[in-house]
Design a protein around this ligand. Structure first.
Ligand SMILES: [Ca+2]
Ligand SMILES: [Ca+2]
Ligand SMILES: [Ca+2]
Length: 737
């Protein structure tokens, strides 16, 4: 995911760059070739190949018969070691390759020794001899670099030839210019017939421009003039806005034309949001660990169960702690994979589950939505069946009675070492480890298990009772251990998800326990929490590490008798007013404006979660300005933005397709799928922590700090907490249509 990767010290998998096929660029005077004998002149030295796959010289090329029956790309390879790399320097990596049609070579520049970081990779599909060339910027200094051509993963044997391998330093860096299409930016999915309709036009014009709305037949159905807005800080663009909200028609294939440019097409209608509401939730089924994904339920996404103790998995059925941490093992099968990796993290699972359960509590219509999951038709709303898949896992992470720290919750379970991409969950061979308990994880369980108790009692009283007991036990254990913080780094196989402020988690857990039980002990803790009266609605309302707003929203919106309730409700409205003011100031209608224009990791989910606060204010007051604010904010995520693309896969004329994931890795392996429709990309991230984004986006302005490439884990990952925000907001929008 996501935010945890902030603490990732090295990129696991690094960089890839634009693959270009064509003639090599001419060498400049200061360019230096790093590869020795890349043309294979009379010998294959000093290249190496893996055991059992000797290279032969054929027509001046190095050729191999690649054995079949291997699993991972890196199981068989050719390469050359001891290459120096200089951080910050740009390199051109090029080679000629041929192979039996349809086979893939993963060509990398990386570290020849543990931890085998990959600095650059590309995975072309082979055929006749073709020249491949691309540039990247090295992120690390090393004298132990390598180029390698990984050939594994094929069931069948095949033939591969290689020539003219070159890694040239000192090349000019590539200038990346995103293709942003027409300058008129719209919500590419749909505007509601009874909602606001605003577009943004990027233009040098500073005076109002005429615009027209055309229907699918090309007929002009509305006209007007735009409103100059000056330079938009979040994009650096001079823009104007177009308000066509008075148009009352509905249909498909509308376009807006202004300043000589015509927008991408869009609908006016509500049907797309009912589909999106379901797809955003259906995302979770294919994130499930511990169960085979049924291809009949998700055509194209069927796969073997991951981490169920079937080799090469080491399983989640009997997982030990990291050395010295505990003397027992736990059965922690199930749950959702957190993001593009195979880890399972309680704090991120907590906020994700909370948001889905909150969606259930706040939207009656979502309870009837069929997700076509194994539990469909069991008389329990599918959204609850899906959330329970994660709840069961969260409950499993609690330390059993009789053990040290009983009642506390392990922070996370993941691989001992990072794995590469692509890798199906069932093919992960890494040992799995439980990490120490933390107060934050314990309070996450307390909060969502308490929330679950009041929701599931109607469907499964025994489960509800079990959840409430676990929540009470966890809360008591957290109070006895109030400062057990997860370290910023304790291993190399997953994200840290460290959080040294758990005042907010205490507040959230007390709130959920109070809402479920009405008990005075929890009421007292709510009222005594500094977060109960603090202004908790910052640039971003809530995320996995900042959970006070989850408690505040529920106290304001779930029926209860807390003393001083009017002030709680007013605080939510006051928070919404802040996001409303931010949105009004922005020509792209985004209710998000972080300090110094530094957009955070997972900005799309932050924007959506701010809209959850706006939607809360609408529920509390009935004032339509908050509803309008949510419907306008959705436009940004679905295409009315600087990059002119939707961040939801499958929604909009141009949408994110290559979110970072080990199993939706179509970009690296054509036999694997893209992420399913309804997957939210993390989105613009000013800090571009991954080397691929750095190689393309250095110097980017906020909205432009995004690239739809599987290598860009800091701008383009998928994650359970991010999709929860999309799911919640899409249900709200569907309810408005
Ligand atoms: Ca040659
Ligand atoms: Ca069901
Ligand atoms: Ca916190």
């Amino acid at each position: 995911m996501p935010l945890w990767e902030r603490s990732r010290l090295v990129s696991v998998l690094a960089v890839a760059s634009l693959l270009t096929i064509g003639a090599a660029a001419p060498a400049l005077a200061d360019e230096v070739e790093q590869v020795k004998n890349g043309g294979f002149d009379g010998t294959t030295d000093p290249f190496w190949s893996t055991a059992g796959m000797p290279m032969t010289l054929t027509n001046g090329q190095a050729c191999v018969d690649v054995p079949g029956g291997t699993t991972n790309r890196w199981d068989v390879a050719i390469g050359q070691n001891d290459l120096p790399l200089v951080a910050g320097q740009s390199y051109r990596f090029s080679f000629d390759a041929s192979g039996d049609a349809g086979h893939v070579v993963r060509a990398i520049v990386g570290l020849a020794v543990s931890p085998y970081d990959t600095y650059f990779e590309q995975s072309p599909v082979l055929g006749d001899l073709t020249h491949y060339s691309s540039t990247f910027t090295a992120s690390t200094d090393t004298t132990q670099g390598q180029v390698a051509f990984q050939l594994g993963g094929s069931a069948e044997p095949w033939h591969f030839c290689l020539d003219n391998v070159s890694l040239v330093g000192g090349v000019p860096p590539e200038v990346y210019v995103p293709d942003t299409g027409p300058r008129v930016r719209v919500n590419q999915v749909a505007y509601l017939p009874n909602g606001p309709k605003i577009a943004t036009v990027v233009t040098t014009a500073t005076t109002a421009l005429p615009w027209q709305l055309n229907d699918s037949a090309g007929k002009v159905v509305a006209r007007g003039t735009s409103i100059p807005r000056g330079v938009d800080v979040s994009s650096g663009q001079n823009v104007q806005t177009i308000d066509f909200g008075r148009y009352a028609g509905a249909g498909t294939g509308y376009t807006i034309t202004a300043d000589g440019e015509t927008s991408r097409p869009f609908d006016i209608g509500s049907g797309a949001y009912r589909t999106l509401r379901a797809d955003a939730l259906k995302f979770y089924y294919t994130q499930r660990s511990g169960i085979a994904i049924d291809d009949a339920l998700r055509p194209g996404y069927g796969r073997a169960a991951g981490h169920v103790d079937v080799a090469p998995n080491q399983g989640d059925g009997n997982v030990p702690c990291q050395a010295g941490v505990c003397d027992y093992t736990l059965d922690v099968r199930g749950g959702w994979y957190d993001a593009g990796d195979h880890g399972k993290y309680v704090v991120n699972g907590g906020i994700s589950t909370w948001e889905l359960l909150n969606e259930y509590e706040r939207s009656a219509a979502v309870r009837k939505v069929s997700l076509n999951i194994p539990e469909s038709g069991n008389r329990v709303p599918d959204i609850l069946d899906e959330a329970r898949w994660e709840l069961n896992f969260l409950l499993e992470m609690q330390v059993p009675a009789g053990k040290p720290d009983a009642g506390m919750v392990h922070h996370k379970i993941h691989d001992q070492n990072w794995t590469g991409l692509p890798l199906l969950p069932s093919q992960d061979a890494q040992p799995r480890e439980l990490h120490p308990v933390s107060t934050a994880a314990t309070l996450n369980l307390a909060a969502v298990a308490a929330q679950a108790a009041r929701i599931y009692c109607k469907y499964d009283p025994a489960f509800a009772a079990r959840a409430l007991k676990a929540a009470r036990t966890a809360y008591t254990a957290a109070k006895a251990n109030p400062a057990r913080y997860a370290p910023g780094s304790d291993g190399n196989g997953g994200g840290a998800y460290n959080d040294d402020n758990v005042t907010d988690e205490f507040y959230w857990a007390a709130a959920e326990l109070f809402l479920t039980t009405g008990e005075k002990q929890y009421q007292s803790d709510v009222l005594a929490s500094p977060d109960h009266t603090a202004d908790i609605f910052g640039a971003g309302a809530f995320d996995w590490a900042s959970t006070a707003a989850a408690g505040r929203l529920d106290l304001a919106l779930i029926p209860n008798h807390l003393p001083g309730l009017p002030a709680v409700k007013n605080s939510v409205v006051a928070g919404a007013e802040k996001y409303l003011a931010v949105q009004k100031a922005q020509a792209y209608g985004v209710p998000y404006a972080p300090a110094n224009n530094m957009w955070d990791w997972g900005s799309n989910s932050i924007i959506l979660n701010n809209m959850v606060v706006l939607a809360g204010a609408y529920s509390l007051t009935g004032n339509p300005k908050y509803r309008t604010a949510v419907l306008t904010g959705v436009d940004y995520v679905l295409g009315r933005n600087a990059l002119n693309q939707s961040y939801v896969t499958g929604y909009g004329e141009v949408s994110s397709q290559n979110e970072h994931s080990r199993w939706y890795a179509h970009e690296l392996d054509p036999t694997l799928p893209h992420p399913p429709n309804g997957t939210l990309a993390g989105g613009a991230n000013s800090s571009i922590q991954d080397p691929y984004a750095q190689s393309k986006l250095t110097g980017c302005v906020a909205q432009f700090c995004y690239i739809d490439d599987i290598q860009s884990w800091s701008t383009n990952e998928e994650a359970i907490n991010w999709n929860a925000a999309l799911s919640w907001v899409s249900a709200f929008v569907a309810d408005q249509g």
